[in-house]
Ligand binder design. Sequence first.
Ligand code: AMP
Length: 284
Amino acid sequence: MRILRSVKVMQKITTNLRKRGKSIGFVPTMGALHAGHFSLIRQSRKENNYTAVSIFLNPTQFGPNEDYRRYPRNLKADATLCKKTGVDFIFNPARNQIYPKGYKTEIKIDKLSDLLCGKFRPGHFAAVATVVNKLFNIVEPDTAYFGQKDAQQAIIIQRMVKDLYMRLKIKVMPTIREPDGLAMSSRNNYLSASERRDAVVLYNALETAKTMIRQGISNPSKIILTMRKIILKKKSARIQYINIVDLNELKTVEKIQEKVLIALAIWIGKTRLIDNAIITPARN
Ligand code: AMP
């Protein structure tokens, strides 16, 4: 396994691999890797000749009062685990490799970026789309792997790839969870023992919503109210949003008749956690 820090060297390697007809799978990450990341990496290994993982804590996608400074950094441990899992390349550029002096270009994905998490994180998804676009141009993968854990991000990236005729496939893999249901996340590291116990409430609320929808309840307000009640039983929990939306436009649905995305962002103490579920209603 090689660790590359230079855009030029990374580009040279992947250009050569492509010339030799080798397929490249790519998993973009911000590091502090966990089983969720490794499920994407394993899928890439299965489907490609070579797998590249980027570890880049992208400063531009964090708001001024967000957790950029305290986000866990763990390159050594990440590299050991990547090597064990059979990763071929880690791309770990310095900030000025990705944002050299004078850079000016940004990718903006209209509408989708302003809903759900975007409402509370202005500029976040433009920054994500921009860095992912840069990384795609550097690694030139055949397929890039994303997690459903960040459903809005996956939908936005798929939209960008389609709109810009980008020549790669996007695969979205299921959310990997702890045994009690909490979605794996690098941010779970922030939780105290009691907050960690409370944090399972995101999953519990989603499971209840799933049951209600499968029982034929189609009124989103009723489901959201039940979810709110479940979540607010936990002292450390504060709701940022719970929303039930369609999968294309991410618009709030009035009645649940087709597949929907239930997305939520919840503060557990000082930690903001997100989770979601895609649910198909029962056919009558
Ligand atoms: P991050 O390092 O948080 O930017 O995540 C990198 C990639 O891993 C993104 O595509 C995430 O959606 C994905 N990911 C994060 N957590 C999970 C999880 N629990 N299960 C599956 N994929 C995940």
